[in-house]
Design a protein around this ligand. Structure first.
Ligand SMILES: [Zn+2]
Length: 303
């Protein structure tokens, strides 16, 4: 089981922090309205890799963050990436969603604070086994990680990056990666976009929160637009390209979360209204961990 989880983890959007410039590229400006209007710029890709001194970073905005209000409904999506055999799962109600967990306290043998050895017990008042330090008595809680990214629309196309690192080397993804301590989700999404696509973006609105309980990850994807019609692959990407919705390489996407996100986006665009989506991505039992289409989108809520 553990091995399976580890394999899934490798196919789920983990992005290593190899090249993380601490430049001031995390300044933000927000626009509350959701829009499908294409940007006015007609330029497309700029493949030359800019040097740091060539880059102009976004300036801080004094505008207040103001996301549009939305009401949640429990309508299920027809965009289940898992295909026909997942129909039974997609009919789950909120009360029947199966919650899976990736945590394994027994693998934590040393305290992260003092280095002392741990014992594995259920603390008083709790229900799960935790790793508890035998020296300082601190409890090592395991919590999900947040992956943040941007879905960038430009000239009725979306920007994808071909991964130049494992896992999923050579496959396409939205620019996304782990949220860092000290930054907001939107800041992290902008930073990841800068690092992976050398693109300055402005966050437009939240688009999707996708939980993957099996591997302890939550994806938060923002709609964004290019501040300048320029992008080029960063160190973690071998190529960055704009794709028309009909040309998105669904057979060559890196992660199931990207399949779900891009399918939801394409559906929304075709319906003429972008929504906010929440959903849980669950692995279909008995399918290969590496099959990014072997998932169901459960408990799909949308504005
Ligand atoms: Zn300790």
């Amino acid at each position: 089981m553990l091995k399976t989880i580890q394999i899934l983890g490798c196919s789920s959007g983990l992005v290593s922090h190899r090249w993380k410039p601490q430049a001031s590229c995390c300044s933000l400006s927000f626009i509350s309205a959701v829009s499908t209007k294409p940007l006015s710029s007609s330029s497309s890709s700029s493949r030359s890799l800019p040097t740091t001194k060539d880059l102009v970073f976004p300036r801080p905005s004094t505008r207040r963050t103001r996301f549009g209000l939305f009401s949640m409904s429990s309508a299920h999506s027809g965009s289940n990436p898992g295909g026909p055999s997942s129909s039974s799962s997609s009919s789950l109600s909120s009360s029947t969603v199966v919650v899976q967990s990736v945590g394994n306290a027994r693998k934590i043998n040393f305290c992260q604070w003092c280095g002392g050895t741990t014992k594995h017990e259920v603390p008083d008042g709790e229900e799960k086994i935790r790793a508890i330090c035998t020296v300082c008595e601190k409890i090592a809680y395991e919590n999900p990680k947040m992956v943040v990214g941007c879905l960038i629309e430009h000239d009725n196309m979306v920007l994808l990056c071909k991964r130049n690192i494992e896992p999923s080397f050579g496959l396409w993804t939205l620019p996304a990666g782990y949220l860092e301590i000290g930054e907001s989700a939107a800041e992290g999404a902008i930073r990841e976009t800068w690092e992976e696509a050398c693109a300055e973006v402005e966050v437009v609105s939240p688009f999707a929160q996708l939980d993957i309980p099996l591997i302890g990850q939550t994806y938060v994807i923002f709609l964004a637009r290019l501040k300048k019609a320029q992008f080029s692959p960063g160190p973690e990407s071998s190529e960055c390209r704009l794709f028309a919705l009909d040309d998105i390489p669904f057979d060559s996407l890196a992660f199931s979360s990207m399949v779900v996100t891009l399918k939801l986006f394409a559906e929304d665009v075709k319906a003429g209204k972008l929504k906010f989506h929440y959903g849980t991505i669950n692995k279909r039992p008995g399918t290969s961990p590496s099959d990014i289409n072997a998932y169901t989108l459960d408990y799909h809520l949308q504005s």
